[in-house]
Ligand binder design. Structure first.
Ligand code: SUG
Length: 448
């Protein structure tokens, strides 16, 4: 049966702002308190979705979340009407209001981990929402993420949904940003590659000294168990703690895989030779021929990789079987990275083409092309079971652009987050969005 990879991009929410919330994410920290442009952010994302759809790739959209998250502020002790909750938080604890306003759910690579049906014991596509418990502003995403995913992938016969892992540091889980799947064809059984930053229970694993390692080995193992993956179909690797300390807060900032290809930096993993050999051997058992494209530090330093987001690219298989790398504009702006990319596409290797997108609004918070999308491999029957409301089309694209123009501000500073008007603007916009995307009621304000 034919099978495809479908990319579900996060639609940037109306409160997109620069809160400086992610310690260990260099861009987020260095743009703290800059004035954002939510309208431009959403349109940059939609332009990428449209371009990939126009190139023939299957494209979907994942809805943003209700922000400010008044319920989260109530759990922290702020009381009164919704507007009073926001005003009290602004007066007494501005950092908490900022966190409750983050549009961070746009980075849907962190929404969940997905295992295609060809890999799972019960032959269904499995989703585990990520608890994202390393950062408060992200830890509040998973309940709505779960409801949105269930509204998108509703059929019990085809899709299985697991709630987020227990929200404690031992099970820190950042979803698909630390997960890649290798396969011959998207419908074939493949090898799922889980990359973790530390072990919660075994002190023999080295840890970074400066920045947090967000993903634990134990979380990755739990997800593999929940999804019913076989031992032969899983490889675990530890991220190099030295690169986490240089700002590589997720593995997708230093590596990306697709099909039989892993595009990675030389310093991405500990015991890289052993890891690559295991991937090669396990993929061979699935009939695939593993190919690693390793970028040496002499060509691109870790610092250049973090600044340009070279590896936070989308690696997509074109109709002719060769691959396209979708990179952010910042790669073009870095002479060493750009030179490397010219050589790469001319080398006759698997990566034949590079396309550049302007995603500056998201990039300034540390979110590149790969962060903005969740990959779901689907066979034809599963594809037919996806909620058609979230499948990108020219009509949906145009409707969403008009919706953004109608509801989004083109400037948002920290002070604006305390504006009670913003809450009603966002709820009005999201209520309309759930109708456009045919999601039903998924937001707290729609459920109460
Ligand atoms: O979790 N930034 C996100 C970026 C996530 C990128 N995702 C992937 N690499 N897959 C994070 O650090 C910054 C928000 C702020 O500072 O306003 C933020 O949450």
């Amino acid at each position: 049966m034919p099978a495809y990879e479908m990319n579900f991009d996060g639609l940037v929410g109306p409160t997109h702002n620069y809160g400086g919330l992610s310690y260990g994410n260099v861009a987020s920290q260095s743009n703290s308190n800059a004035v954002s442009n939510p309208q431009e952010a959403a349109k940059q994302g939609l332009a990428k979705m449209k371009a990939l759809m126009d190139m023939g790739f299957k494209q979907g959209v994942l809805a943003p979340q209700e922000r400010p998250d008044v319920a989260a502020l109530r759990r922290l002790g702020f009381t009164g009407s919704d507007v009073e909750v926001i005003q009290r938080a602004a007066r007494e604890a501005m950092p908490l209001l900022v966190a409750s306003c983050s549009a961070s759910s746009m980075w849907t690579a962190n929404a969940c981990t997905v295992s295609p049906s060809a890999d799972t014991a019960d032959g269904r596509v499995h989703f585990t929402a990520a608890n994202l418990n390393c950062k408060f502003h992200r830890s509040i995403e998973h309940p709505t993420t779960s409801r949105v995913l269930q509204a998108m992938f509703a059929s019990d016969a085809h899709f299985a949904h697991h709630p987020a892992l227990p929200a404690v540091a031992q099970f820190g889980d950042e979803g698909a940003a630390n997960h890649t799947r290798f396969c011959k064809g998207y419908g074939d059984a493949g090898v799922e590659f889980f990359v973790y930053g530390r072990s919660a229970f075994d002190s023999r694993y080295p840890e970074p000294m400066r920045y947090p390692a967000r993903q634990t080995l134990e979380a990755s193992q739990a997800v593999a168990r929940l999804h019913g993956l076989s031992e032969a179909g899983v490889v675990y690797a530890q991220q190099n703690p030295a690169v986490i300390d240089q700002g590589v807060f997720h593995n997708d900032v230093i590596a990306v895989g697709n099909g039989e290809v892993l595009f990675h930096h030389q310093d991405a993993f500990l015991e890289a030779d052993k890891v690559l050999a295991e991937l090669r051997e396990k993929l061979a058992r699935c009939g695939g021929h593993f190919q690693a494209v390793c970028v040496p530090s002499s060509a691109v330093s870790v610092q250049d990789a973090v600044k340009s987001y070279l590896f936070n690219s989308q690696l997509l298989t074109r109709a002719d079987g060769r691959m396209l790398l979708v990179v952010p504009d910042e790669c073009k702006g870095n002479p060493r990275v750009w030179r490397y990319l010219q050589q790469l596409t001319a080398s006759g290797g698997p990566i034949a083409e590079v396309r550049v997108f302007d995603l500056k609004q998201s990039m300034q918070n540390g979110g590149g092309p790969a962060c903005l999308r969740l990959r779901v491999a689907l066979n034809e029957r599963e594809l037919a079971a996806v909620n058609p409301g979230v499948v990108m089309s020219h009509e949906l694209h145009d409707t969403l652009v008009a919706w953004v123009d109608k509801h989004y501000r083109d400037r948002l500073s920290e002070a604006d987050l305390a504006d009670p008007q913003l809450l009603s603007e966002c709820r009005t916009a999201l209520d309309e969005l759930t109708q456009i995307l045919k999601l039903g009621s998924v937001y707290p304000f729609q459920l109460n």
